[in-house]
Write a protein that binds this ligand. Structure first.
Ligand code: SAM
Length: 357
């Protein structure tokens, strides 16, 4: 047994990204196969304790603290170096970075209550497809009738972690513009705005694009809600920040690219059509709309994609979409799909290039 584990460790240390995920998937499948129902419950029920308790470290009673640390060590989140002596490991160090720390706060504080309310919501709605931004498990979990993305921005302590985690979502893979032929499609465009990052959060995609194509300096616009810019943790050199609600008329006309990453998966179809129609209205003859989203196959969808899909259903009454669902939605909005480039096969992260019909 030990030698199998040692071999796996050697393999993992030499693996490239695709093989690393293959090993991770294999181990995950094996873990699920080996777990008893009790193991599964323990794994799930223990986790929510960690964030709240850790946030109080300075005031915690030693006994309480040592039990929590013992638990964290037992699941590999920290290292137990001697009796009552613990040290950070690489997981702890990763989770201490702001994007991942935001992830812990967001997934436990924002997503957790929604997923807990989800079974009751499904039961009350008799397991029917509701697809309604104002009627999802989110409104059961929190004291609001508003869509999640209208209420959350009014709650800074919830909204900041959400924006932080977006900066690291999918950050480890290949960048989209290394597969989508960005430079060729930009061509000799001479307009003042080459790229509008619609709902771009803290601007991590704009920054990565500018780093790869420095000639875009001054030609990128980052749009998001005003509350996002109030939380912005860094300066955006060469990128114009523009507070804007994407349900209202698009202020930047005739840009070459209007780019939406993980925007449409947050909204049911009717709202997506409303967002896209604002972009079509602002488009010039050279404009393109780039949709950066998962494009799911009809079967064999990965666990990461299905997990996010159910979280979207619970939180926003929305979904990840298959190729057929994207084609139908974009057709209804008045768009023609030119090409779809998948840049991360594992989650089917793809760029859908579309123009007005
Ligand atoms: C899932 S995040 C995606 C952020 C970023 N595009 C990315 O891929 O990391 C959705 C983004 O949409 C923004 N958003 C939500 N409703 C909006 C609205 N009505 N107008 C503009 N931005 C909005 C949120 O603030 C958030 O930054």
């Amino acid at each position: 047994m030990d030698s199998i584990l040692a071999q796996l460790r050697t393999l993992a240390s030499q693996a490239d990204s695709a093989s690393r995920y293959k090993i991770l998937d294999g181990l995950r499948a094996l873990q699920l196969q080996l777990e008893t129902p009790h193991d599964t419950l323990s794994r799930l029920s223990g986790l929510p304790l960690s964030t709240a308790a850790l946030s109080e470290t300075t005031k915690a009673a030693p006994l309480v603290l040592s039990r929590i640390l013992r638990y964290l060590a037992s699941i590999g989140m920290i290292q137990e170096v001697a009796r009552d002596s613990f040290a950070a490991n690489t997981i702890t160090e990763t989770l201490a970075q702001s994007g991942y720390e935001g992830g812990v706060r967001h997934f436990f504080g924002n997503v957790g209550p929604v997923l807990q309310a989800f079974p009751d919501f499904l039961s009350e709605t008799k397991y029917q497809d509701v697809s309604n931004a104002t009627h999802s498990a989110f409104q059961k979990a929190f004291p609001t009738d508003l869509p999640a993305f209208v209420w959350l921005p009014t709650q800074p302590e919830r909204f900041a972690p959400l924006q932080q985690v977006m900066t690291v979502q999918g950050a480890s893979g290949m960048p989209w513009f290394s597969v989508f032929p960005f430079e060729k499609e930009l061509g000799n465009f001479t307009g003042s705005h080459a790229f509008v990052d619609v709902g771009g959060g803290f601007g991590h995609q704009s920054l990565a694009l500018l780093k790869a194509f420095p000639a875009l300096h001054g030609k990128i616009v980052l749009e998001d809600l005003p509350q996002t810019f109030e939380q912005l943790p860094f300066r955006l050199d060469g990128i114009e920040p523009k507070p804007h609600n994407f349900f209202e008329p698009q202020p930047v006309k005739g840009a070459r690219f209007y780019y939406l990453r993980n925007i449409l998966h947050d909204w049911p179809d009717d709202k997506c059509v409303a967002i896209l129609q604002q972009l079509i209205t602002a488009s010039g003859p050279d404009s393109q709309i780039l949709i950066d989203e998962m494009v799911l196959p009809d079967s064999g969808v990965s666990w990461e994609a299905t997990t996010i899909d159910l979280t979207l259903m619970a939180s926003f009454g929305s979904r990840e979409r298959t190729t057929a669902q994207w084609n139908a939605l974009l057709d209804t909005a008045g768009l023609k799909v030119l090409r779809i480039d998948t840049y991360q096969a594992r989650r089917q992260d793809s760029i859908i290039q579309a123009i007005a019909k």
